[in-house]
Design a protein around this ligand. Structure first.
Ligand SMILES: Cc1cc2nc3c(=O)[nH]c(=O)nc-3n(C[C@H](O)[C@H](O)[C@H](O)COP(=O)(O)OP(=O)(O)OC[C@H]3O[C@@H](n4cnc5c(N)ncnc54)[C@H](O)[C@@H]3O)c2cc1C
Length: 402
């Protein structure tokens, strides 16, 4: 892989870095202390600026008004935007819309694309993705209780989902439900588009996560489907292919997340170093930076971030060149490795800030709390480690090693 950043990307990244620094970081105190909904007008202003700069929807298709960047290019963008929790939202490449856009683009009918995909890419509406269930293990989603039963021209959906990120204020959800219970486990479920104003789509609550229920885009909904009736033309992709399509969505999605996490690492690393050189800890005016233990954290963090970054770019490059299937294990590596690095680096940055790190006067405490979930969603650490280890160990079966 060639690590040289093309000239076109250097310019784009410089513009994004400057925008994040000047326009978005100053909004963070408000973001930390107010509801997301109350920030929508100012965020819309920033979105309009991004559109004028022609940096809107960097990873989405050009034909729909995006920039059409490839996966490696967008990985670099995601790193820059990851410096702030509002970066991806303001540039129109935020989860879960980004994943839903990919699915709709690849599998949507002409009508679905006009009704849902176009306004989604334009940032006029939002969406959510409802797969995980309260009573069933999300780590093994073939165990699914939600059903969609055909009745006349409709599907009638019943079930209880949770962790539908950003359901609050979403226009539609892509719902995974069992449509073919008699088929083999991986061919039982389908994806169905459900407008959130359909009778029977009930947003029960925004789940309180680590003391914060959040609101609007920054929330995770519990959704109860009670005889929720949608036309069969809302089926997305072939019936029974829900898991096949979900699998496609996860490869690029994990690259986006991992590079966003690298952006977070870079941000807290900067804060940690800046605090270390400025915090005086003795009367002879020595700073934290003079202490070996802090130096060790800084050196370890720098090396780990570098390793995580190169692994992720390599996985992105492999997906681009060989397809997501060939990069399956590289994707599993980065999913648990980068999440772990991020957790360690945020923790060290918080520790270096002492009491200040625990307050909401810096972004660190928000990131410490909010990003813990990285080791759980899109496949918990343990699931990825098992998949990788099984494949490695298979190569040693019956082999004599000297
Ligand atoms: C912040 C956040 C956002 C999310 N957003 C969405 C969303 O938008 N849409 C959606 O549908 N879902 C979403 N999820 C749900 C997420 O995908 C699930 O939480 C995840 O798949 C794990 O499922 P579970 O919570 O049911 O845990 P379980 O499957 O019950 O697993 C619990 C734990 O058991 C361990 N474990 C599981 N399987 C194994 C195994 N085979 N071997 C060893 N250990 C194992 C792991 O440590 C795991 O963390 C989100 C979750 C979070 C936290």
């Amino acid at each position: 892989m060639d690590f040289e950043v093309p000239e076109k990307m250097k310019i784009i990244l410089e513009m994004i870095d400057e925008f994040v620094e000047k326009e978005l970081l100053p909004l963070e105190p408000e973001f930390l202390n107010k509801s997301f909904k109350s920030m929508l007008p100012v965020l819309q202003e920033k979105r309009d600026m991004v559109k004028k700069m022609e940096l809107w929807a960097p990873n989405h298709p050009k034909e729909y008004g995006g920039m059409g960047l490839d996966l490696v290019e967008h990985a670099l963008v995601s790193e820059s935007l990851g410096r702030t929790p509002i970066g991806h939202y303001v540039f129109g490449c935020h989860a879960p819309d980004a994943g839903n856009i990919e699915i709709l683009h690849l599998h949507g009918t002409k009508e679905q694309k006009e009704t849902y995909l176009r306004p989604l890419i334009e940032g006029k509406i939002r969406s959510c993705f409802s797969m995980t269930e309260v009573e069933m293990p999300g780590s093994n989603p073939v165990m699914m209780d939600t059903t969609a039963v055909k009745d006349g021209d409709d599907y009638v959906i019943n079930g209880q989902k949770w962790y539908s990120t950003a359901a609050d204020g979403a226009t539609f959800s892509i719902v995974m439900a069992v449509t073919n219970p008699e088929a083999s486990p991986y061919l039982q479920a389908s994806m169905i588009i459900v407008p959130t104003d359909t009778p029977g789509f009930n947003l029960v609550r925004n789940i309180s996560v680590m003391g914060h229920a959040g609101d609007d885009y920054f929330s995770h909904g519990e959704v109860l489907f009670q005889s929720c009736r949608v036309p069969q033309k809302n089926l997305l992709g072939p019936e029974g292919h829900g898991f096949v399509i979900a699998q496609e969505r996860l490869g690029p999605g994990r690259i986006h997340h991992c590079m966003r996490w690298i952006g977070i690492c870079n941000r807290v690393f900067d804060l940690m170093c800046s605090r270390a050189v400025s915090r005086i800890i003795s009367p002879d005016r020595k700073t934290l930076a003079t202490k070996q233990i802090i130096q060790s954290w800084i050196a370890e963090s720098a090396a780990e971030i570098q390793a995580a970054r190169l692994m992720t770019l390599n996985a992105a490059w492999k997906i681009e060149k060989l397809g997501a299937k060939s990069a399956r294990f590289d994707i599993s590596f980065i999913k648990f490795f980068v999440a772990g690095v991020m957790q360690k680096v945020i923790d060290r940055a918080l520790q270096v800030h002492g009491g200040l790190g625990m307050t909401d006067d810096t972004i660190i405490s928000f990131l410490y709390r909010h990003e813990r979930a990285a080791r759980i969603y899109d496949g918990a650490d343990e699931v990825h480690k098992m998949a990788v280890a099984r494949r490695i160990l298979r190569e040693y079966e019956g082999k004599i090693v000297r």
